[in-house]
Write a protein that binds this ligand. Sequence first.
Ligand SMILES: C[S@@+](CC[C@H](N)C(=O)[O-])C[C@H]1O[C@@H](n2cnc3c(N)ncnc32)[C@H](O)[C@@H]1O
Length: 248
Amino acid sequence: MSDEQTTHFGYQTVREEEKAGRVRGVFTSVASRYDVMNDVMSVGIHRLWKDAMMDWLAPRPGQKLLDVAGGTGDVSFRFLGRAGHGHATVCDLTESMLVEGRKRAEAERLEDSLDWVAGDAMALPFPDNSFDVYTISFGIRNVTRPQKALDEAFRVLRPGGRLMVLEFSQIPNEMMQKVYDLYSFNVIPAMGQLIANDRDSYQYLVESIRRFPDQETFLGMVEAAGFEQAKYRNLSMGIACLHSGWKL
Ligand SMILES: C[S@@+](CC[C@H](N)C(=O)[O-])C[C@H]1O[C@@H](n2cnc3c(N)ncnc32)[C@H](O)[C@@H]1O
C-alpha cells in the first residue's frame, strides 16, 4: 500500500476507500445506544461542551443550520432551542444514527424544523452558498480527509456564514495529557465492553482522538479552507476544543 492510498482508522492503517465504511460500521453498531453512552462515557460533560458551542455561536431566529456528522441531532436540537425558530439540516454518513435522531424529533414535535439527509462531509449534497451556519461536532476526526470537509463547509456556507467545529483535542499540559490517556485507554474501551458489549467501537473512539491534529494545526486547516477570523477556545483544559471561522 503506497502512502497516498492509506489513512488511519484509529491506530490501524487502512486504504482510504475503506475508512468511511469502517466508520459507518462503528456508528451503525452504537446508534441505538449512542445518546445514553455519550452521557455515561463523558459523565454528562459533552452537554456542557455543546452548551459552550451554542454560547459562542449565539444562534439567531430564522437561521439555517447545516449540522454535518450530526448523528442523532444533539447539536441541531440545541441550536433550534436557542434560535427560537429556524431550520436545521442534519447530514450524516450513518443512516441508523439519523433514524435515532428522527425518533427524537418526533418525540419533541420538531419534525417541521428538521431535515435528515444521508451524505458524506467530503461531498455534501447541497448547493453553494446555501446555509447561514455549519456545525460539525465530534465528527470531523472520523472523516477520511478533514481538509476536504472544511473546503466543503466553506462552499455550502453563504457569504457571512459561520463555521463552528467541536472536537476532541490535545491537552497542552503534558502531565494532564498522560493522566487523561490513562483514563481513556483503560476505562473507555472497558466500559464500552461492559455496558454495550462493544469494546472495538470504543477502542476506535480513543485512538481516533489521539490521532487528531492539535488546536494550532487544526486552526491552520480552518484558515486554509478560506475562513477568516479563525479562532479556537479550549474546553476542559483542551480535552475538547471549539474552532470558529467566518466565510466573509
Ligand atoms: C461521535 S458522532 C457525533 C454525533 C453528533 N454530532 C454529536 O455531537 O453527538 C460522529 C458522527 O459522525 C458521522 N460521520 C463520520 N464520518 C462522516 C462523514 N465522512 N460524513 C458525514 N458524517 C460522518 C458518524 O456517522 C457519526 O454519526
